[in-house]
Design a protein around this ligand. Structure first.
Ligand SMILES: *Cc1c(COP(=O)(O)O)cnc(C)c1O
Length: 413
């Protein structure tokens, strides 16, 4: 199996093959905390890195390795590390690339959890983030200082749905010799391979579309193999010892092990299973979204509907170029007041009211009173969250049933 196979083939086969001792065709759940070796010499060799083997699931586990291999091949990268959540992948990446006194440059319209990490938690450990307008590549350049350790962007803002120009931002990062980290959670490898747009590290919350069925929290970070780690401040020793694997080694030996942010084998198993159908699901997710958007955008109850797949939206040209003609499965609209939003949500019978995305089921949420409730009004505005905003993450149900559910709930306002 190699990156030269087509995406659908990689989704099914990459990282997985029948288990050797039994022929089991599905990757087993190696639900074991630790791994016994025949001899004391074997265990010593594995501990010292002279021989490959498993020791303890906090450091590595065969089911988790299969997921890491699959994602490495899907993103065309050098290697990857699976983590207990998407936030753990972002935090581990940030704390491996930066330390006390360092800076990060990121777009302002980030996912709420990521914004909280960068704006509130990392500053307590001496790491400051300069937030810029995500749609203005030159703003990233203007925010760089000699302390900047990486640039962070999302392929598509959630719920703002803005689309940063990844190629232009990656050019800024390359000129400054710093890595470009891209969160591709809402787009998945089906819509974009961020490496082709200049990303050096790709991050996913596997909780969302990759798992796809809303049954486990997880995350992953992939080193694309494009950044020369010998240039990164503080990486000299790892670059000498591990060469091109310097970043992954430093992360595994440091933050990953010490903070204990490993993925559980069962969650890795469920995510592996989900990924096999990712392409089929994404097609249906995107198709349903287009159908709903088309049918609802002129509904009299709706004030402003946002979706990067609307040809008249300002994100459309860049989204079309970056995401190969698909536009994701999230759209938002405004209903005038918070009360009308609540009424709309309560009127729905099929769509679920919960804080997640990327489920087979259609999900709706009032972001201002939930995920974004702790932020200041100005921060909410930056993240595209108004008091009258509804976010919809479209599932894979029959489009007709979704249309009926949404029309009924809107007509009754
Ligand atoms: C959900 C999400 C995360 C965080 O992932 P968790 O698995 O919930 O920790 C990060 N980035 C984006 C874009 C997300 O949607």
């Amino acid at each position: 199996m190699s990156s030269s196979h087509h995406l659908e083939t990689l989704l099914v086969h990459a990282g997985e093959s029948p288990e050797k001792s039994t022929g089991a065709s599905t990757t087993p759940v190696f639900q074991s905390s630790s791994f016994a070796q025949e001899t004391a010499e074997d265990l010593e060799q594995i501990f010292s890195g002279r021989k490959f083997g498993y020791i303890y699931t906090r450091n590595g586990n065969p089911t988790v390795t299969a997921l890491e291999l699959k994602m490495t091949l899907l993103e065309g990268g050098r290697g990857s590390v699976a983590t207990s959540s998407g936030m753990a992948a972002i935090a581990a990446t940030a704390m491996t690339l930066a330390g006390e006194g360092d800076e990060i440059v990121a777009g302002r319209s980030l996912f709420g959890g990521t914004y909280g990490l960068l704006a509130q938690t990392l500053p307590k450990y001496g790491m400051q983030t300069r937030f810029v307008n995500a749609s203005e590549p030159s703003a990233y350049r203007d925010a760089l200082t000699e302390k900047t350790r990486f640039i962070f962007a999302e392929t598509m803002g959630n719920p703002r749905l803005d689309v940063p120009d990844l190629k232009a931002i990656s050019k800024v990062a390359k000129e400054a010799h710093i890595p470009f980290v891209v969160d591709s959670t809402v787009t998945t490898p089906v819509l974009i391979k961020p490496r082709e747009f200049g990303a050096d590290i790709v991050i996913h919350s596997t909780t969302k579309y990759l798992n796809g069925h809303g049954n486990s929290i997880g995350g992953i970070l992939v080193d694309c193999g494009t950044f020369g780690w010998q240039d990164h401040p503080g990486f000299d020793e790892q670059a000498r010892r591990y060469g091109e694997f310097a970043f992954l080694a430093r992360l595994r030996e440091g933050v990953f092990q010490d903070f204990g942010v490993c993925l559980s084998p069962l969650n890795a198993f469920l995510t592996l299973m989900g990924i096999q159908t990712l392409s089929l699901r994404m097609k249906k997710h995107c198709h349903n979204t287009e159908a709903l958007v088309k049918a609802l955008k002129d509904h009299p109850a709706i004030e402003e509907l946002r979706y990067p797949g609307l040809p008249e939206s300002k994100e459309f040209p860049l989204a079309k170029e970056q995401f190969g003609g698909r536009f994701g499965a999230i759209f938002t609209f405004r209903l005038g007041t918070k009360e009308r939003c609540f009424q709309f949500i309560n009127n729905l019978s099929l769509a679920l009211n919960l804080a997640n995305i990327g489920d087979t089921k259609t999900l709706v949420l009032h972001p201002a009173s939930t995920i974004f409730r702790q932020f200041l009004p100005e921060e909410k505005t930056n993240m595209g969250v108004t008091e009258d905003l509804i976010r919809v993450c479209v599932g894979i149900e029959a489009e007709e049933d979704l249309l009926n559910d949404f029309r009924k709930a809107l007509d009754a306002l």
